[in-house]
Design a protein around this ligand. Structure first.
Ligand code: ARG
Length: 495
């Protein structure tokens, strides 16, 4: 690719060490699509005749089939990609490989393809296309998981559980309300990735090596062939910018935190100590040593993989930090964390909807836990405030009632009215109606609260937002369907 000015051959150890083809082979579909778009742009600039363009595009369409044939594989996946890379030690990177293969297909005409472009803009474009696909796949996965959480929440009906602050029992909540907390987190994750996609969707092609293409290219041609919203505005930025990947990975890092909190709660809730749920056997493993064990491997691995997502985001940030403009070879090291983060999230999101649907809650145990331990104390204090007692005073009176209960081994509803009146004359017979489990739930009758009617509305709202987001995804997929610039290795639509 660049042998002209060199007198010495490369050190063989250095040569193989600096190659990126073993991992950037993964960008084969993106590189072919971007090359086709560039071919159209240089043809419009008069570098290729119409006949040459047709030949070039056909040749590029033949690159993946030719590579697969050599690798004796019917489809492009991780295994065939590794085989392709192993078969071509002569290729420095994906750009070099596509050009070499194209040359075998169409001869010297292939050498015209690199007119007016640089690998710096190519890798920036390929990575944008890859991340765009990965975002779309993640959005689809998030939607499927939100749906599973909502379906599980609906199926839970009026089931209750204790909620916790400081990991101490706090107040009863509907199981549906607890599940909807995760739906809220995932809605924010969805929205962040959607925003990131908007900023990503500009095309670096035409930026050249750093200063812009040396041909008067109409940059809109390549941009629209690849379904970008337009060309990037600055060539120095475009060839070295990796914000789109940083944002993507930082969003995944946050999403990973959410998934890992869910995983941690389930791990805890499935212990004998909590006993709130049974983990599905088909997502658990046994112990080779202790015959009685059922281990929560799925949730544990998720907690671990969330750490890996943090690591990937930090790796890229550290690579980009302090890089002078514009392209620097350091950026090549930023590819693998992106691939790893995309694979990690896609693996988790593939399992989570099914896993969530298979959870079996022990409603009786959860309910018993919600009814013990004075979880209705806030509701009891609120009762007194309705009788005109200032909350601070109400808090104290109920505190005294709780103490009596603790000393005599009784819940608040087991104290007598006379005993209660000892703490305040405001206590009346209707007190007992105000502290039932149902009343304790329903007194949280605010938007976002756990009152049964509010949760019903919240479920309705969450379902409606699913419909809106599903329509958005459908439009993204149908826009992309027009050209070949989508679906990289391992990336298939979930919708
Ligand atoms: N393999 C390189 C990368 O991933 C492609 C760009 C190379 N550009 C260059 N000027 N050496 O970053």
């Amino acid at each position: 690719m660049w042998s002209g000015r060199f007198r010495e051959p490369l050190d063989p150890g250095f040569e193989s060490w600096q190659r990126s083809f073993p991992f950037d082979v993964r960008l084969l579909p993106q590189e072919v699509a971007a090359s086709k778009a560039h071919a159209r742009a240089i043809a419009a600039a008069g570098i290729l005749t119409d006949a040459e363009l047709v030949k070039m595009l056909d040749g590029l369409d033949g690159v993946i089939p030719a590579a697969l044939e050599e690798a004796k594989s019917a489809k492009l996946d991780a295994a065939s990609a590794a085989a392709i890379a192993a078969l071509h030690p002569e290729a420095e990177d994906i750009h070099h490989f596509v050009e070499l293969t194209l040359t075998k297909q169409i001869g010297d005409l292939a050498l015209k393809l690199h007119t007016g472009r640089s690998r710096n803009e190519q890798i920036a474009t390929d990575m944008r296309l890859f991340v765009r696909d990965a975002i779309d796949e993640t959005l689809a996965g998030l939607l499927a998981w939100r749906e599973a959480l909502i379906a599980t929440a609906k199926a839970a009906g009026d089931a209750v559980m204790p909620s916790y602050t400081h990991l101490q029992r706090a107040e009863p909540v509907l199981v549906a309300h607890w599940l909807l907390a995760y739906v809220s987190m995932l809605e924010r994750d969805f929205s962040r990735l959607k925003d990131c996609r908007v900023r990503l969707n500009f095309c670096p092609l035409g930026s050249g090596a750093i200063a812009g293409a040396t041909l008067k290219l109409d940059r809109h041609i390549a941009a629209s062939a690849l379904n970008f919203d337009g060309p990037t505005p600055n060539s120095m930025d475009a060839t070295s910018d990796r914000d789109f990947a940083l944002e993507f990975m930082q969003n995944l890092a946050v999403l990973g935190l959410h998934i890992s909190r869910f995983a941690e709660e389930l791990t805890l809730h499935s212990t004998a100590e909590f006993g709130f749920l049974d983990l599905p056997e088909r997502f658990s493993t046994g112990s080779s040593a202790m015959p009685q064990k059922k281990n929560p491997d799925l949730t544990e691995l998720i907690r671990g993989k969330a750490g890996r997502l943090q690591g990937a985001a930090i790796t890229l940030a550290t690579i980009v930090k302090g890089l002078p403009l514009a392209y620097n070879k350091d950026l090549q090291e930023g590819q693998e964390p992106v691939f790893d983060a995309a694979d990690t999230i896609s693996g988790m999101l593939r399992l989570l909807p099914e896993f969530t649907g298979a959870l079996r809650f022990r409603a009786d145990v959860m309910k018993a836990a919600a009814e013990k331990g004075y979880l209705n104390a806030m509701a009891a204090a609120t009762y007194l405030t309705h009788k005109g007692v200032p909350f601070r005073k109400a808090h104290e009176k109920i505190g005294q009632a709780v103490r009596l209960g603790l000393e005599t081994g009784r819940e608040l509803n087991e104290l007598t009215l006379d005993e209660l009146r000892g703490f305040g004359e405001e206590f009346a017979a209707d007190f007992f109606d105000a502290i039932t489990l149902e009343a304790t739930l329903d007194c949280h009758d605010v938007i976002g609260g756990t009152a049964r009617a509010q949760v019903k509305d919240a479920l309705e709202g969450a379902s409606q937002r699913i419909a809106t987001d599903r329509a958005l995804l459908a439009s993204l997929y149908s826009k992309k369907a027009g050209d070949s610039a989508n679906v990289g290795l391992e990336q298939t639509a979930i919708v």
